[in-house]
Design a binder for this molecule. Structure first.
Ligand code: PGA
Length: 265
């Protein structure tokens, strides 16, 4: 029996205009109201967040990126305190699309995590290997390097303090998202995902000890759908899902969250 509280986040990416987002929330939020045993969030484009976070309190709102500096000459960027000021609870960090297209590195990922945690906000740090890295058998090396470099770059020494006061909701969540499974319709099998999550939890245990390793939540992301959510969320080390394509339709995503939250492990 795992006691970690599951966490489901829809990653809308660069989708939805304001009226589409509003219509989604009007259908989605009542449909997931009964989900009290898991956290439910949506990562929306920055331009949507202030209006949505003010109006719709029934889900947690996340940004898709957050700069590490408090303020300054960073054209196009948004700081943690700006997000906090409009009731955004946290941000995704280093999604593979940002690693591939926007020059995100393990170093910058760690700096973003630190900025969020230091502001008392949630950080969802995304890691995962490419298809070539999986096929060549190097996937554990890749995950290890992303974790080693990313955590070192945070500069955080006192993790107990950095993770905040809520034992059920540590401020850091990891998201294992194999690049080959994102948006491809080819999800990792439950066994593959569990193996990777167990590897990540093993790294956490070696680095921080069993208490922190057992407490931190590790989401799976990559082609999660209504068809595979039960099996994936039944795995002992999978603590929720980061969902792209299947989070865009309110009814479907609500079903997915209900099923995933209820899955026994
Ligand atoms: P997908 O995306 O569910 O569409 O594969 C997941 C993600 O990119 O977070």
């Amino acid at each position: 029996m795992t006691s970690r509280r599951k966490i489901f986040i829809g990653n809308w990416k660069m989708n939805k205009l304001p009226q589409e987002a509003t219509a989604f929330c009007e259908a989605f939020i009542p449909a997931v109201k009964q989900v009290t045993q898991a956290d439910v969030g949506i990562a929306a484009a920055g331009v949507l967040l202030p209006a949505l976070a003010t109006r719709f309190r029934g889900v947690q709102w996340y940004a898709q990126n957050c700069h590490w500096s408090a303020n300054g000459a960073f054209t196009g960027e948004t700081s943690a305190s700006m997000l906090k000021s409009v009731d955004v609870c946290g941000s995704l960090v280093a999604h593979s699309e940002r690693r591939q297209m926007c020059g995100e590195t393990n170093q910058t990922a760690g700096q973003r995590v630190a900025a969020l945690l230091n502001s008392g906000m949630q950080a969802v740090l995304c890691i995962g290997e490419t298809l070539a890295e999986r096929d060549s058998g190097r996937w554990t090396d890749v995950l290890q390097q992303q974790l080693d470099e990313g955590f070192t770059a945070t500069g955080i020494k006192n993790w107990t303090a950095a993770l905040g006061n809520d034992p059920e909701r540590p401020l850091l969540t990891l998201a294992y998202e194999p690049v080959w499974a994102i948006g491809t319709g080819r999800a990792a099998t439950a066994a593959q995902a569990q193996e990777a999550h167990a590897f990540i939890r093993g790294w956490l245990t070696r680095t921080f000890g069993p208490e922190m390793a057992q407490r931190l939540r590790i989401q799976y992301g990559g082609s999660v759908t209504l068809q595979n959510v039960d099996e994936l969320m039944g795995m002992p080390d999978i603590d929720g899902a980061l969902v792209g394509g299947a989070s865009l339709k309110a009814e479907d995503f609500a079903q997915l969250v209900l099923r995933g939250a209820a899955a026994k492990r």
